[in-house]
Design a binder for this molecule. Sequence first.
Ligand code: CA2
Length: 145
Amino acid sequence: MAIISLLHGPNLNLLGTREPHVYGTDTLDDVVAVTRAAAAAAGFELESFQSNHEGALVDAIQAARGRSAAIIVNPGAFTHYAWSIHDALRSFDGPIVEVHLSNPNAREPWRHTSVVAPVATGSITGLGIHGYELAVAAVARRLAS
Ligand code: CA2
């Protein structure tokens, strides 16, 4: 069964514990469960990884090369400045969907730049946990075409 890698960046392990008005009340486990269910329904296995460390995420992206068919990634605040994640994603051959729970473009100016967007197939922002289900649908459609 083809694998989708689901990657989460810093502080997303705290989902559901603070700032529910921004990020909702779902926990990271809830996000992973919803994404895994969507992936299974589309015929994919989901591998999930969260880290607060930039290098660990670079390692996970490299490990996905030749193993995973697609990457769904919410890089957290690394979105806005982590060029090592940009470079690692560039080396991945399959579809890459960037997901954000909130809409960074509607927030502080420093969140308006994504260094991941230029190397992503597409980006889904502001739709909360539903964005992850849309991301699975998008990669499944891409991989089928
Ligand atoms: O909207 C998103 O998904 C973000 O990637 C979330 C990041 C933020 O830096 C990006 O600009 C947009 C922050 C994640 C922090 O999540 C927390 C959740 C609960 C409590 C504290 C932090």
